[in-house]
Design a protein around this ligand. Structure first.
Ligand code: NAD
Ligand code: MG
Length: 366
């Protein structure tokens, strides 16, 4: 059984996020796929190897003119070089302004194919088919697309909302467990930022590994509802969308300090640790009860995600702080952080004193 979440806002055409098992098998049945329409499936080598042939065959079977563009798996594919490769592939397959891109993969493919679709002939339709938990609950919804440059992550991009999102929960069965937990971290974040009852629901599960299919689909739906509500209210991140950065200013600084080495710390692990730090700093500032910090750390730990700064790598407060102030979310050198008054009650704090963050990081073992 599929669950459907509508995404709508002032600046864009509404669309549906469909969540459930077996969606890949039915992909040729969506209204965006039509006989004679050119469709390019953009994917990475790993995902295409698992699911690509089935998707292309299903599209061919209904008379769509399907081609594929495949890039290496991993963050390094969010580059100018691979963007050019994808755009060239769309042209080679004869796509035109009325054609369709299908992004089949995790957040890397969603971001890369999304940007290619935004640029190709000034913008063509895209259907997002997220295959990681992180992409299903986060990156496939909301229309942000980007590539990285040597100067930083996501520095070149566009807003380009999809026509539809198909989140097939069956494909999560082949996802490496560390990737599953990475997506779970963003789900915990959704609860922490605005929905204490949802956080309780996730806490009751504990570890996402081994979770029942139906319960996982329920949780994905709830996360997508939270993301959709935030995006619907603030597509271009003028205000409320910034709450989605809970755990990300700390987390991004940790990732940057490690040179974005996913073997040491995945994005989701960084976000989980970042959420613990954001709550810890909030408590140190007297904004939130210390018991909430303990609860957050306990739930994060039971999910198989890191909670302790000192255990991950030899972080130095000064280094982490320098990364935090150079983060593109820091305006004019002042620190803007998402902090919390309680579990489920995050807010954007501007003008945070960097010295107090430094003291906190020192105490936290950096
Ligand atoms: P990813 O796309 O690199 O996927 C992780 C790994 O899992 C890859 O090796 C991939 O080949 C593999 N994989 C994917 N699906 C699989 C499956 N079903 N079975 C087996 N293996 C599978 O990483 P990700 O974590 O999905 O996404 C991270 C990216 O998303 C980052 O670049 C980040 O910047 C971006 N992101 C974007 C937004 C947004 O709003 N646009 C939000 C969050 C993250
Ligand atoms: Mg994130």
């Amino acid at each position: 059984m599929s669950r459907i979440v509508g995404v709508s806002g002032e600046g864009f055409r509404p669309y549906e996020v469909v969540i459930g098992p077996g969606l890949l098998a039915g992909i040729a049945g969506i209204s965006e796929v039509r006989p004679g329409r050119s469709v390019a499936v953009v994917s990475d080598e790993t995902v295409f190897g698992l699911y690509g042939a089935g998707v292309v065959e299903a599209l061919d079977a209904v008379g769509a003119r399907a081609g594929s563009v495949v890039v290496p798996a991993g963050e390094a594919s969010k580059s100018f070089g691979q963007l050019e490769h994808v755009l060239d592939g769309l042209m080679a397959h004869g796509l035109d302004r009325s054609s369709l891109v299908i992004a089949l993969g995790g957040g890397v493919i969603g971001d890369l194919a999304g940007l290619a679709a935004a640029l190709f002939m000034r913008g063509i339709d895209i259907v997002q088919v997220p295959t990681t938990l992180l992409a299903q609950v986060d990156s496939s919804v909301g229309g942000k697309t980007a590539i990285d440059t040597p100067r930083g992550k996501n520095l070149v991009g566009a807003f380009h909302q999809p026509r539809r999102v198909l989140a097939d929960t069956d494909v999560l069965k082949t996802l490496p467990l560390r990737q599953l937990r990475s997506g779970w971290a963003e789900m915990l974040k959704h609860g922490l930022l605005g929905d204490a009852a949802y956080f309780d629901q996730l806490a009751a599960v504990g570890d996402p590994v081994g979770m029942a299919d139906d319960a996982l689909a329920d949780a994905i739906e709830r996360s997508v509802r939270i993301k959709a509500a935030v995006v619907g209210a603030d597509e271009k991140e003028a205000g409320a969308r910034a709450l989605l950065n809970l755990g990300h200013t700390f987390g991004h600084a940790l990732e940057a300090e490690l040179g974005f080495d996913e073997d040491v710390l995945t994005h989701g692990e960084a976000v989980a640790l970042g959420c613990v730090l954001a709550f810890g700093f909030s408590a140190r500032e007297g904004l939130c009860p210390p018991s909430d910090v303990e609860r957050v750390a306990d739930v994060v730990a039971r999910s198989g995600l890191p909670t302790d700064l000192a255990s991950v790598a030899g972080f130095k407060a000064e280094g982490v702080l320098a990364r935090m102030t150079e983060d593109k979310k820091a305006e004019g050198g002042r620190l803007t952080l998402v902090l919390a008054r309680a579990i489920g009650e995050a807010f954007v704090a501007r003008d945070v004193d960097a010295g107090r963050v430094r003291d906190f990081l020192n105490e936290a073992g950096a």
